[in-house]
Ligand binder design. Structure first.
Ligand code: PHE
Length: 357
């Protein structure tokens, strides 16, 4: 009996899977198991023998049964542990976005620009992309014979013979929205107008369709100094780096007097575009004090009101901030490009919460 006990307890201790454990149980306690057979032999014994042997066999049977049960639980626990180790999941990881799409750098920059100017008290105004030539040119002090009409490389809308409606163009800049906003809201006014504009032009930094954001602030005593502060404040906030260098250059626009163009220091070295370093300058905006004739066209008395306007190239800002060297790729819809330069749909830019990260 001692032999049986040692044999089965050792077998139970050594076994490592549930199937083999069941075989041991059958071999010991099954109908034809060794211990069951011994129990059957009790009938041939004398009453005294039967009593002592029977008792001992029952003790042995209980002991092996208990060992089998304990081992079964231990094996099940070990199996569960192994599975948990295998199938672990880090629930603290950020969720995977369900959609594959990204926010285009132009949309991202428009949101960033809007957030910054909203913070400075500018509302958003809008106008049509197919614009009549009065809003796009005449009201902005660009007379029909003015050379600026040619400089703008304008796309003209087709006109049937005998059509006597005013000629329409694809707007060449967002400045016509200045006129629309002033006619609608009067003065004082503080708006920006982001949107698409069109010119016949195509190279590494020009595409026939591109994006601008117009700015307009009219009040009783708004000056060139306010313009300079607003633009510097904007660039500091937008580029999120210390070393941004701006160059204000005297210029000319028919709709502003005086006028200034603003360039930003950059480098094209090694095929990548960087701001704040290098010997190149990239023009990013035109600006100036709104011309009295423009105020007049928009129904505002220039002897009472004055202010500034500016027009920023949004695509250029995106190229500079995110180091994208070729503008043409912006509008090719190449999925690899969009994946690389696109932004997460869940990261809405705010001035306080971070614009781009
Ligand atoms: N409309 C001008 C352009 O497209 C930019 C500009 C806007 C300049 C407002 C001065 C004031 O080049």
């Amino acid at each position: 009996m001692q032999e049986l006990r040692d044999k089965y307890l050792k077998a139970v201790a050594d076994v490592s899977d549930e199937a083999a454990l069941e075989e041991i149980r059958l071999a010991a306690l099954g109908k034809k198991g060794e211990i069951s057979l011994k129990m059957r032999e009790l009938g041939k014994m004398t009453p005294e023998e039967r009593q002592t042997t029977g008792k001992a066999l029952n003790v042995l049977k209980d002991e092996i049964d208990a060992a089998l049960r304990a081992k079964k639980v231990a094996l099940a626990d070990a199996a569960l542990d192994a599975r948990l180790k295998e199938e672990w999941l880090d629930v603290t990881l950020p969720g995977r976005p369900r959609r594959q799409g990204t926010i285009h750098p132009v949309s991202q920059v428009m949101d960033e620009v809007t957030a910054i100017f909203a913070d400075m008290g500018f509302a958003v105004a809008e106008g049509p992309q197919i614009e009549d030539d009065w809003h796009n040119f005449d009201a902005l002090n660009i007379a029909p014979e003015h050379p600026a009409r040619q400089e703008h490389d304008t796309f003209f809308m087709h006109r049937d013979e005998g059509d006597d409606r005013p000629p329409h163009v694809l707007r060449t800049h967002t400045s016509p929205v200045q006129i629309r906003a002033m006619l609608e809201q009067g003065a004082p006014i503080r708006v920006i107008a982001p949107g698409r504009v069109y010119r016949m032009d195509m190279d590494q930094t020009h595409t026939p369709m591109f994006h601008q954001v117009e700015g307009l602030a009219i009040g009783k005593d708004i000056s060139m100094a306010n313009l300079k502060w607003v633009l510097e404040e904007f660039c500091k906030s937008f580029f999120e780096v210390d070393g941004v260098e701006l160059r204000f250059r005297a210029s000319h626009f028919p709709f502003t007097e005086p006028s200034a163009e603003v360039d930003i220091r950059c480098s094209w070295e090694g095929g990548s575009l960087k701001i704040g370093e290098g010997d190149d300058w990239m023009e990013i905006l035109g600006s100036g004090m709104v011309h009295p004739k423009v105020l007049q066209s928009a129904g505002i008395d220039p002897s009472e009101w004055q202010g500034f306007a500016f027009g920023i190239g949004i695509d250029r800002l995106a190229m500079l901030k995110y180091g994208i060297p070729d503008l043409r790729a912006f509008f090719e819809s190449d999925l690899r490009w969009l994946k690389h330069y696109g932004f997460s749909a869940l990261d809405l830019p705010t001035v306080a919460g971070g614009l781009s990260r």
